[in-house]
Design a protein around this ligand. Sequence first.
Ligand code: AP5
Ligand code: ZN
Length: 215
Amino acid sequence: MRIVLVGPPGAGKGTQAAFLAQNLSIPHISTGDLFRANISQGTELGKQAKSYMDAGQLVPDEVTIGMAKDRMEQPDAVNGFLLDGFPRNVSQAEALDVALKTDDVKLDAVLDLEVPEDEVVKRIAGRRICRNDSAHVFHVAYKQPKTEGVCDICGGELYQRDDDKEETVRKRLEVYHTQTEPIIGYYREQGLVKTISALGKVEEVTARAMEALGR
Ligand code: AP5
Ligand code: ZN
C-alpha cells in the first residue's frame, strides 16, 4: 500500500505510523525524522534544514522533494510506503504525483488525523524524543518511559525537540493551516481522503486507522 499520513503537528502521526507501518509491512518514511537524522549527523542537508525547522517554517521544496524521492527509491519502498510529514504543501503533492506516475503506481489512501488544537498543544508540550532516533517518541503523562528520561527502546537520553517550544509550535500550527491543509482538498478531489479522529488511546486510533484503510 502507498499511504500519506496528514494531520497537525502533535496529532500523533509518528506514533501511529510506527504501528501502521509494522501492521502493513511497509516502511515509515518521515521527512521530519530524515531532517533530524541529518542534523544530528552534521550533514550539509541538516545544516540547510535546521534554521527553517527551528523557526517552525517549511524547509524549501528544492531540498525536501529530492530527499523524499531518494528515500522512496530505496529497495524497501518498492512495494509501498507510509509517508509521514510529506507532502506538506500543494507543490510537494504535485511533485509526488509526477514521481508516482513515472513509476506507474498510485496512492491508495490519504489518512487525515483530526484532533482539536488544545489537545495538540498538550501532546507537544509533554513530548520527549530519543537522542539516538527521533522515531522513539514518549510523553511525560501519556506515554511514560519505564525510567524517567531514558528511552525504553534503546536506552538513549530523552529530550525536548528544539521546535517544541511554545512560540515555534504556534508558528508550526499556522504553517499547517495555511500551507498543509490545502493538500487535503487536493487529495479529496482524487477521492483518496479518509478522515479519522485521533483522540483516545493510541491503540484505539490505530484500530480506527486500520478500519479506514479497509484492513
Ligand atoms: P515533523 O517532524 O514532521 O513534525 P510535525 O508534522 O510538526 O509533527 P510532529 O512530529 O510534531 O507530531 P506527530 O503528529 O508526529 O506527533 P507524535 O506522534 O510525535 O516536522 C518538523 C519540521 O521539519 C517542520 O516544522 C519543517 O520545518 C520540517 N519538515 C518536515 N517535513 C517537511 C516537508 N515535507 N517540507 C518542508 N519541511 C518539512 O505525537 C505527539 C506526542 O503526543 C508524543 O509525545 C506522543 O507520545 C503523544 N501521543 C501520540 N498519540 C497520542 C494519543 N493517542 N494520546 C495521547 N498522547 C499521544
Ligand atoms: Zn531510543
